[in-house]
Design a protein around this ligand. Structure first.
Ligand SMILES: [Zn+2]
Length: 694
């Protein structure tokens, strides 16, 4: 092991403070060289047993993915010009390594020989699935291609990896580049105090050292918390329009224009598909999914669309009426929607964001979340102070089982830092559970997760006060982390979230989100940060009712994204104008059509830079699974409260424990005793009309 490179020289906890961009390139060069040499030795040996093959294979793969995972994490949370450069410089080596590995004919032949051996059936299910999936992945990696086509395939995947990094950086740059500075009181009308505090802190972050919430100047940026807070509250329609237009044209012009990248990405994905013998990229993507095919997905999406269309139309009518009674003479425009939806929400529920946040201080929410996890899954979570972290706001926690044995750990990085951290919330892994990769003297390596959020930090000596949505996001990411951490599978290839199909991987996360809408759980969570008072029962009921508020509109938006994504990846890119296609689908589905200049695609990182290409539907697909899984707990509550304990442990022992070691449909059936029912989701969102709801 390299003694001086902190990316490599650690066993339990990486020394984050000593890592710099300059460590990335040498670390990756070193691990790739070692793993390559081991791969060559393995190819020479061509072992005939699963042990002889899979053990070295896991070790050499893990070495690279662990180091690259660290580099990716730093790129995500400590972004800088030097880090970008190091990352961009290393990425081709990594892609090349994975292609080399996936395309290894000797390894592939050895895997196929194992699968075709009569003894295959006597291997554990986890091993059988690991072998089957490795064969599938090798096929998708081009193992069967002629040398000439393989070169083409590799060139395409290299370029795709580079394009996706550029796509992300463009979105980051374009988001950073925009700020609307407000200096007069008439420009801030409507903004509540916490929005003003946020806007003043944004101004200070941008060099206006003396900015205050009372006297300004105030800065509105395109970071989600700042953007949303302004769009929901500013009564200056003209300024809302200005900020909205900036938002929907992010990364759509100038140096950070993503449109040429989108065209190229779609073209290259098509090329990749045709090299592999598929009609289009959607078919390639679905090879690794739970859903049986594009048709099955479209059927589900159209079912949701049908149920959601009337409710969404009514939502828009409601906004129009409210706007008219409040004196807006023009029709509702896209920059009015968030504003009037927020007014309607206030009117209907009396829930102003700034009235809600004080009940959700981060420390108490974490405590409540941990208690829920501890109760449901019989584990213990405790903070561990001596673990090195990459920023003072980050904490490390360890997880113990009922017998107090340490089984996992996680880092929590809760706050937005737009100067160096990417947006959104996400869970990632430092390392996964594995016996093969156990540290010296131990029988198993414990899984460690990163949980990253982008909520606003505490301001003016108050703790971070969370919106309800930030609370549900935190629960969501913990669902992912739990599936990573509570796995009992010991083969790294299929432990935790490894090799869980994309469209099933949101099951655990959305399942956890559901607890935020569980009355008893929510009432335990919501306590005022200064007085400790529980939230008033009427307020709490209203918060719960918000779940179905504008559910039709929200569902249609997701259906629209999902269908756009599928259409972009099934159409022939030569015949395709991506923007026009996105516009056409949106006009067909949404009651309020997008502006002609809307370029949301240019910031649609999920499908152009994340793992959701021809997979955005996964959210809805998995929502069906999670709503139906949570339904088991709701049914128990009515009929047999003592069952909750049984169900919690069963969820732990199936969904959370089995991870990628079984097909997700089988895992679901093990938990629920039957296949998933889409009506569970429609019911949860209040989208079943009375005659269907029985
Ligand atoms: Zn998720």
């Amino acid at each position: 092991m390299h003694e001086s490179n902190p990316l490599l020289s650690w066993e339990l906890y990486p020394d984050f403070p000593s890592m710099t961009a300059s460590h990335v390139v040498p670390a990756m060069q070193e691990v790739i060289a070692r793993s390559r040499a081991e791969l060559e030795a393995l190819e020479q040996a061509a072992p005939r047993t699963w042990h002889g093959l899979l053990v070295p294979l896991e070790r050499l793969t893990d070495r690279v993915s662990k180091a690259w995972g660290l580099a990716t994490h730093l790129h995500n949370v400590k972004n800088s010009p030097a880090m970008r450069q190091a990352y961009a410089q290393t990425q081709p080596l990594v892609v090349e390594f994975y292609n080399r590995l996936g395309q290894s004919r000797p390894v592939y032949d050895a895997l196929v020989a194992l699968r075709d051996n009569p003894e295959f059936g006597s291997l554990s299910q986890a091993l059988q699935r690991a072998i089957t999936l490795l064969i599938r992945d090798a096929a998708l990696q081009g193992v069967g291609l002629s040398p000439e086509n393989r070169d083409r395939f590799n060139a395409v995947s290299q370029e795709l990896a580079e394009l996706s990094t550029r796509f992300t950086n463009n979105v980051l740059d374009a988001t950073q580049a925009y700020a609307l500075t407000l200096t007069t009181k008439d420009q801030i009308t409507g903004l509540p105090e916490d929005s003003l505090r946020l806007a003043a802190s944004m101004a200070r972050a941008r060099g206006q050292e003396n900015a205050t919430a009372e006297d300004g100047p105030w800065c509105v940026t395109l970071d989600l918390p700042s953007f949303l807070s302004f769009m929901q509250h500013s009564s200056r329609r003209d300024l809302r329009e200005e900020v909205y237009r900036a938002y929907i044209t992010r990364a759509a012009s100038g140096e950070s224009d993503n449109l040429p990248l989108i065209r190229r990405i779609l073209e290259l994905r098509r090329k990749l598909a045709s090299l592999l013998g598929f009609d289009n990229f959607a078919d390639v993507s679905l090879e690794r999914k739970m859903a049986p095919g594009v048709d099955g997905i479209e059927t589900l999406l159209r079912t949701i669309q049908e149920a959601a269309t009337d409710p969404a139309l009514n939502d828009l009518i409601d906004l129009g009426e409210l706007a008219r009674t409040q004196g807006q003479t023009e029709d509702i425009q896209p920059w009015d929607v968030m504003y009037w939806a927020e007014r309607l929400r206030e009117q209907r529920f009396g829930l102003r964001d700034d009235l809600i946040r004080p009940y959700f201080p981060l420390p108490a929410i974490l405590q409540g979340l941990f208690e829920l996890i501890e109760e449901l899954f019989e584990v213990r979570i405790e903070i561990q102070a001596d673990v090195p972290v990459w920023h003072p706001d980050v904490s490390y926690y360890r997880v113990r089982n009922r017998e107090a044995v340490e089984i996992a750990g996680f880092y929590l990085d809760p706050y937005a830092r737009s100067e160096e951290k990417r947006g959104g919330a996400w869970m990632d892994e430092l390392c996964g559970r594995s016996t093969v990769c156990a540290p010296p003297g131990q029988t198993v390596r414990l899984p460690v997760a990163y949980v990253n959020c982008n909520q606003r930090p505490g301001l003016d000596n108050a703790p971070s006060l969370m919106s309800f949505q930030e609370v549900t996001t935190l629960f969501h990411e913990f669902g992912h982390a739990l599936q990573h951490m509570l796995t009992t599978v010991e083969h790294g290839f299929v432990a935790g979230i490894s090799n869980v199909e994309w469209d099933a991987v949101e099951l655990a996360s959305q399942f956890m989100e559901n607890w935020c809408y569980h009355p008893e759980t929510l009432s335990g969570l919501a306590r005022h940060y200064q007085t400790g008072e529980p939230m008033d029962a009427a307020l709490l009921d209203k918060l719960l009712e918000t779940r179905t508020f504008r559910a039709g509109s929200n569902a249609l938006r997701q259906v629209c994204f999902a269908l756009t994504d599928l259409a972009l990846h099934t159409a022939d890119p030569d015949q395709l104008d991506p923007i026009e296609m996105a516009q056409r689908i949106a006009r067909e589905i949404l009651p309020l059509p997008p502006l002609p200049e809307d370029r949301f695609l240019c910031a649609f990182s999920h499908i152009f830079a994340g793992g959701y290409a021809a997979g955005y539907y996964s959210y809805k697909w998995a929502e069906v699974l999670s709503a139906d899984a949570f339904g088991a707990f709701e049914e128990a509550e009515t009929h047999d409260p003592a069952r909750r304990r049984v169900l919690g442990l069963r969820f732990r022992d199936t969904v959370l424990a089995l991870g990628g070691s079984r097909h997700p449909m089988e895992v679901f059936r093990l938990f629920r005793g039957r296949e998933p029912d889409p009506h569970a989701l429609l019911r949860q969102e209040g989208l079943l009309s009375a005659n269907k709801d029985n």
